[in-house]
Design a protein around this ligand. Structure first.
Ligand SMILES: [Zn+2]
Length: 620
């Protein structure tokens, strides 16, 4: 075994040692829909994918129920159903206090007095196939594989974390927006995924602060931030942590390095600014503060020197949720700026991938791009434009990356391109908690009031509640903190009533049915993960999803149906799985007519001469 520091220099030797099988490269493009691949392929926009598929295969890849990233990428990793790996969505809940929690892993921020460092723990059950590869001595490079978090420490591999890696506030991602708009004057406000800080320009200067992680006593650690605003020359000079950069509107800064200190402990990060406007109002967007790769507060991958060098050389962000959809939803980051940053990030990740496969191709390379998914979420309404608008542009970049990778691979190397799920429009939302009230299955302490985090429910008279993407839980006696419904026939009656009435539900004006299927989840889950599973998964028809409020156990004061008000206009997270497959393309015919994302673990193991486990079958 090589020491972590030595791996970086000895890598070519590790990569070539003991190779009996051809190398495999798997490129994942999150959320790529096979119908769009077909449409853009026919229009001549995806020449490299079409060439790859000519002698092999291109078609749908069955996803999971529900078809969303944490669930589907966990099935990719383990070759197992959600009922076995125990990740059922983005969120689960603490049954004791009904509070939402991240489903695939948990992150505990640092604690003070006495100090305890931040911790990250995976909640996923089962063995990830890369652990098997590594255990059998196969060399491996993993770039941004979603929810492979905390990043696995491989003896024969290199890893950079993707989705799951938090920012320095120990959140999924949290932007800051400084603005002198009079409409925002007054108190600082929180937006989903960020903070809006009203500022005043006094004598050409703004004195404000940058908020970092929470410190002792629950107070945020901050650094002074001074902006010198020159309205005549349309320039803003940013002064932060002893660094200074001048920007004009439309310009993005280089990385600012910041260190927050508390009780002698340091939290190092890096962020960029994007100046949106100077006049009439100052509008300055700051990215989430990524962990500094040289001394991250939580692991970002291994080996450390290679990771740190790669991040700096390729100008990469270390935040897992790298495309800041929240800032677009909050109306603070213009969509065209978001799109340009998304395309830049894809290019930067591609340049790292190309360097890796060009210098020393390991036995297995896994690289995942999430820009395809985020573009579809934010620009689905543009699909009717010529060449698919922004989504078409991002799909063309995907194809370009496939081509560049293909051209660098030696003969015999197996290239697989795939996605985890497909996409639908998201025009209408359903407030599941208000629907449960209407059905008499949920009672609020004060009728007609908006709700957040399930606060305000009269649990003694409630039999069901909703949280996450289309997930319904029975308020079960002995499982939930204030459970009322005994397991057995009473619980079964709640499940049957909810499923039957949801399937009969129709929109009062259009007469359309929002729900395609209601899938029992907990009853099909393995004993070890059953208590964290939702009881029912609502599978929505295209165009529909459970509401934004439902995601965090909320509801507006009234109403069951509502239009989707956000810029985020495409979705899949609570869609019907058979209608929402991902796609797969490779240069070989598949050995199975109905490929499933859970087949890939055993397919990659088989290509390396290793027999897998679980129900996944080798496709190649
Ligand atoms: Zn998505």
């Amino acid at each position: 075994m090589l020491a972590a520091g030595a791996q970086a220099t000895c890598w070519p030797l590790v990569a070539r040692a003991g190779r009996k099988h051809h190398p495999v490269v798997l490129l994942g493009f999150d959320g790529v829909d096979p119908r769009l691949v077909e449409r853009f392929g026919r229009a001549g926009m995806l020449p490299n994918l079409m060439r790859l598929a000519r002698s092999g295969h291109l078609g749908p890849l069955a996803s999971t129920s529900p078809p969303n990233s944490p669930v589907a990428w966990s099935t990719f990793a383990t070759g197992r159903d959600p009922g076995e790996h125990g990740v059922f969505g983005f969120l689960t809940r603490d049954a004791g206090n009904y509070l939402p929690a991240i489903a695939p892993y948990s992150i505990s921020p640092p604690r003070f007095s006495p100090y305890r460092a931040a911790r990250a723990v995976s909640r996923r059950q089962g063995r990830d196939f890369w652990q098997t590869l590594d255990g059998r001595g196969r060399s491996l490079t993993m770039l941004f594989v979603p929810y492979a978090y905390p990043p696995p420490r491989l003896r024969h591999g290199r890893v950079i974390a993707g989705l799951g890696a938090c920012d320095l506030r120990f959140t999924n991602s949290s932007f800051t927006y400084y603005t002198s708009e009079s409409s925002r004057a007054g108190k600082k406000s929180r937006a989903a995924g960020g903070r809006i800080v009203p500022v005043q320009v006094v004598s050409g200067q703004v004195r404000t602060s940058l908020q970092g992680p929470w410190g002792p006593g629950g107070k945020p650690l901050t650094l002074p931030l001074v902006l010198v605003v020159d309205r005549r020359s349309h320039q803003v000079t940013i002064n932060l942590a002893g660094q200074r950069q001048r920007l004009t509107p439309g310009q993005r800064s280089n990385w600012f390095k910041v260190v927050f200190t508390a009780e002698g402990h340091q939290f190092a990060g890096r962020l960029r600014f994007h100046l949106i406007e100077v006049t009439p109002d100052l509008k300055l967007y700051a990215t989430p503060i990524g962990l500094d790769p040289r001394r991250p507060a939580l692991p970002l991958g291994w080996p450390g020197k290679w990771l740190s060098r790669s991040v700096q050389q390729h100008d990469l962000s270390t935040v897992g949720w790298v495309h800041d959809t929240s800032a677009v939803n909050a109306g603070v980051l213009p969509a065209e700026v978001f799109l340009q940053q998304l395309l830049d990030t894809m290019q930067q990740r591609a340049s790292l991938l190309l360097r890796e496969i060009s210098t020393a191709l390991p036995q297995v390379t896994l690289a995942v791009f999430t820009g395809t998914d985020r573009a579809a979420h934010m620009f689905y309404r543009q699909l009717d434009e010529p060449r698919g608008g922004a989504i078409g542009r991002v799909y063309r970049l995907m194809d370009d990356i496939v081509g560049r990778v293909q051209s660098r691979l030696p003969a015999g190397c197996q290239l697989v391109v795939m996605s985890d799920h497909g996409f639908h429009p998201f025009d209408h939302q359903l407030h599941l908690n208000n629907w449960l009230v209407q059905q008499g299955m949920q009672v609020r302490r004060r009728a007609g009031q908006a709700m957040k985090f399930l606060r305000g429910i009269d649990w003694s008279r409630t039999s069901a509640y909703a949280l996450g993407n289309g997930q319904i839980y029975v308020n079960q006696l002995g499982r939930e903190g204030k459970g009322t419904v005994p397991a057995g026939p009473a619980r079964q009656a709640v499940l049957e009533k909810a499923a039957k009435t949801l399937l009969e539900l129709r929109h009062p004006e259009t007469g359309r049915r929002p729900v395609r299927a209601v899938v029992p989840v907990a009853d099909r889950a393995a004993a070890g993960v059953r208590d964290r599973a939702p009881d029912l998964q609502v599978a929505f028809a295209p165009g529909w999803r459970s509401s934004w409020e439902t995601s965090l156990g909320g509801a507006p004061a009234t109403g069951i149906f509502a239009p989707n008000p956000k810029a985020w206009c495409g979705d899949h997270a609570a869609s019907h799985e058979p209608e929402t497959p991902g796609f797969i393309a490779c240069g070989k015919r598949l050995r199975k007519p109905d490929p499933w994302i859970g087949d890939l673990a055993n397919s990659l193991l088989a290509l390396c001469g290793i027999e897998g486990e679980g129900r996944g079958r080798a496709l190649l």
